[in-house]
Ligand binder design. Structure first.
Ligand code: NAD
Ligand code: UDP
Length: 319
């Protein structure tokens, strides 16, 4: 029997989950990736099959969830994550945030495992405070189309704190701000994959509204480092992990055009309802309790990610 510590990654075949599997295997853990493949893909973890200590389990975590033997850590990342995905999968999004989180907390209690759950800047909704600190309670429309995601994540945080307070489960909550990098799905409708595929294919870049809304984009390696530090910290309350470098969506579209050398033009489309007008993390807490701050500048991360997208579109590495 192996004496390695074991970690379960739900949503392990997704964009972020697959990077977590890589990191924890590299750190010497046994890793179980659990996923029902509703928005993820085995191609994200194909390189891990056959690697010592790695197992994949196809399972929907909204159903009873069990793992044989010891379990030390759980990283709960299962959930549709892009507005297009949760618009298409509203019930599944609510179920995984609520029922799935309940199952995972129950498993953590049974195994005496420490659990870290993936929350989001969306708990702040269309924020009336800027930048957003962890103390801000948010401005969320519960019945709008984003409500299925935002409220599921808010419920998830409430349930996690209840398991911590009532059952003494060791819990951690990360509030993730827009993150990008290789293995994002080209068709997930988020701004970067949409702009990148449009730019690479020479199509119009679809900017919603007048593009004055802002976001703050984090490169995936920085996020994974923040999550790793949070898991092994003593911080129980939520921690923002994100890059505070803020940009308007119009400028972001122009940046993608420039970095791809595309001749695409910008086409303005209607702004989806409840689209947050601003978003930027206050990361004072992450700096203080985790000694964490982003290391990868947006443009540097974009160059790597755009190469990945080109490879996905053309089928071969572009050098
Ligand atoms: P993703 O869609 O690539 O990954 C999510 C994974 O969860 C997919 O592989 C999907 O198949 C799986 N999944 C969904 N429902 C499931 C279920 N019921 N049972 C088992 N597996 C299920 O998305 P992502 O960007 O990697 O996001 C991962 C997590 O991080 C999500 O919880 C998301 O809310 C959170 N998050 C991501 C971002 C971001 O910028 N990427 C920002 C904030 C929060
Ligand atoms: N957006 C856009 N064109 C697109 C996709 C997204 O202008 O083709 C905008 C979207 O309205 C939002 C921003 O880009 O203001 C970021 O969108 P994304 O879906 O990436 O994430 P979220 O809104 O969840 O932050």
């Amino acid at each position: 029997m192996s004496n390695k510590q074991k970690v379960l990654v739900t949503g392990g075949a997704g964009f972020l989950g697959s990077h977590l599997c890589d990191r924890f295997l590299d750190e010497g853990f046994e890793v179980i990736a659990m996923d029902n493949l509703i928005t993820g893909s085995l191609s994200n973890i194909a390189h891990l099959f056959g690697r010592d200590g790695f197992t994949f389990v196809k399972h929907d975590v909204t159903n009873y969830t069990f793992v044989e033997g010891n379990l030390d850590y759980i990283l709960h990342f299962a959930s549709p994550a892009s507005p297009i995905d949760y618009l298409k999968l509203p019930i599944q999004t609510l179920k995984v945030g609520a029922l799935g989180t309940h199952k995972i907390l129950g498993l953590a209690k049974e195994k005496k495992a420490r659990v870290l759950i993936a929350s989001t800047s969306e708990v702040y909704g269309d924020p009336l405070e800027h930048p957003q600190t962890e103390d801000y309670w948010g401005n969320v429309n519960p019945i709008g189309f984003r409500g299925v995601y935002d409220e599921a994540k808010r419920f998830m945080e409430a349930m996690t704190m209840a398991y911590h307070r009532y059952h003494g489960v060791e819990t951690r909550i990360v509030r993730i701000f827009n993150t990008f990098g290789p293995r994002m799905r080209l068709e997930d409708g988020r701004a970067l994959p949409a702009f990148a595929s449009q730019a690479i294919n020479g199509e119009d870049i679809t900017v919603f509204g007048d593009g004055s809304q802002t976001r703050s984009f984090t490169y995936v390696d920085d996020l994974i480092e923040g999550i790793y530090r949070l898991l092994f910290s003593e911080e129980v309350n939520p921690v923002n992990i994100g890059n505070p470098q803020e940009i308007s969506i119009l400028d972001f579209a122009k940046e993608i055009i420039e970095l791809t050398g595309s001749s695409s033009k910008i086409a303005f489309k209607d702004l989806p309802k409840d689209d947050p007008k601003v978003r930027r993390p206050d990361i004072s807490k992450a700096k203080e309790v985790l000694g964490w701050e982003p290391q990868v500048e947006r443009r540097a991360g974009l160059k790597v990610t755009l190469e990945y997208f080109k490879e996905q579109i053309h089928g071969v590495p572009q050098t």
